[in-house]
Design a protein around this ligand. Structure first.
Ligand code: KG4
Ligand code: ZN
Length: 344
């Protein structure tokens, strides 16, 4: 799926309640936002069912994820409507993730969303998962281009320049593991549990960040790419040499945060962007937030509960699409496992 630039804006004349659905991986998320005629957006509900069935396998089992989405989605939508104090007939538009993600899992939310839109006779918007992550930050500040966006999650470490609303230019990406994946793998190595991000961040508060020396990845590069495999190997060697899990956590977190902040800041300066959105699961990391806060950039993070996968971010992306006057999506569009966001 590609996201095209805005056509002639046709902002609705009254408030529109948009219901967003994300079932791209192992979280069943439904959120509701309200788009006001002046373009402002209010978050009304955000409910996520995080599947625990995968824990015993040490990774997400796609078929089990799809089945659990089917079992839970009705209940999660009911909870979201109750949280918002709305009836289903108050919903004026539906957005659902169509990619990228696990196809079987995506299909559950996509078909549910299309069915709902058809039953309510309201517009349907197929949303890109990464555009959702970026627009999760619209819960905190009005998000208008131009800005730079760093999406750091379990599956992505992508840096986009957003010169105009709806236009995404990829300026850098990981060459191997995603940042969240590295947190997860190093946490497992150090016996800290899953998901690794929160576990590393908690253990790091008790460790010495200078105990394990990590070499900066891609030092001296002129591009804006990322690499985490070197940090992973260094962590493995330090673990074998007897490094304490807390020290390993603190030192790895410091190294990962440093490279994410340094490369993003360089890219923002190179592209003349003063505002940077940092989103995705890893954006929940307190050390990362603190380090970005110390830069000269205006950094916008998603609000509480909106960093990791959720439906509200898809509702927020839907609101941005409606505000920009993008046409509704056809109801015969499919789900896509691989779907680059950048259209340039
Ligand atoms: O965005 P997300 O829910 O799923 C993907 O689309 O991938 O991100 C999940 C990732 C996991 O790798 C998890 O370990 C990481 O986000 N994560 C964190 C933190 N909370 C979640 N990483 C670092 N620090 C955290 N506090
Ligand atoms: Zn995600």
């Amino acid at each position: 799926m590609s996201v095209s630039a805005a056509s002639a804006p046709s902002v609705p004349s009254g408030p529109v309640r948009i219901l967003g659905i994300d079932t791209s991986c192992d979280d069943t998320g439904v959120g509701i936002v309200e788009l006001l005629p002046d373009g402002r957006v209010n978050l009304l509900a955000n409910r996520v069912w995080s599947q625990t069935v995968h824990a015993r396998y040490g990774g997400v089992m796609p078929e089990l994820a799809s089945r659990e989405h089917v079992e839970r989605i009705d209940e999660v939508m009911g909870d979201a409507l109750r949280e918002a104090g709305l009836n289903v007939t108050d919903i004026g538009a539906v957005a659902a993730t169509s990619g990228p993600g696990l196809v079987g899992a995506l299909l559950v939310g996509l078909m549910y969303g299309k069915g709902l839109a058809q039953a309510l006779n309201v517009p349907f918007h197929a949303a890109h998962h990464l555009e959702g992550h970026i627009f999760a930050a619209a819960s905190e500040a009005e998000l208008r281009a131009p800005f730079l966006a760093l999406v750091v999650s379990g599956g992505h470490t992508h840096l986009f320049d957003v010169p105009r609303d709806g236009e995404y230019v990829l300026v850098g990406a990981t060459m191997d593991d995603a940042a969240g994946e590295a947190f997860d793998k190093i946490a497992r190595l150090a016996g800290l549990g899953y998901p690794g991000g929160p576990a590393i961040s908690e253990a790091a508060t008790r460790g010495n960040p200078d105990a394990v020396p990590f070499k900066e990845p891609l030092q001296g590069q002129k591009t804006f790419n990322f690499s985490f495999s070197g940090l992973k190997t260094a962590a493995l060697l330090a673990h074998r040499a007897g490094a304490a899990p807390e020290d390993l956590a603190a030192s790895f977190q410091q190294a990962a945060v440093k490279v994410l902040v340094k490369t993003t800041t360089r890219a923002a300066h190179a592209h003349g962007r003063g505002t940077v959105v940092v989103s995705g699961g890893v954006a929940a990391n307190a050390a990362l937030r603190e380090a970005f806060g110390a830069t000269d950039l205006n950094v916008v993070f998603p609000g509480r509960g909106l960093n990791t996968d959720n439906g509200a971010m898809i509702a927020l992306a839907g609101a941005a699409a409606i505000r920009a006057g993008r046409p509704a999506s056809p109801l015969d569009g499919g789900a896509t496992a691989y779907a680059p966001l950048a259209n340039a």
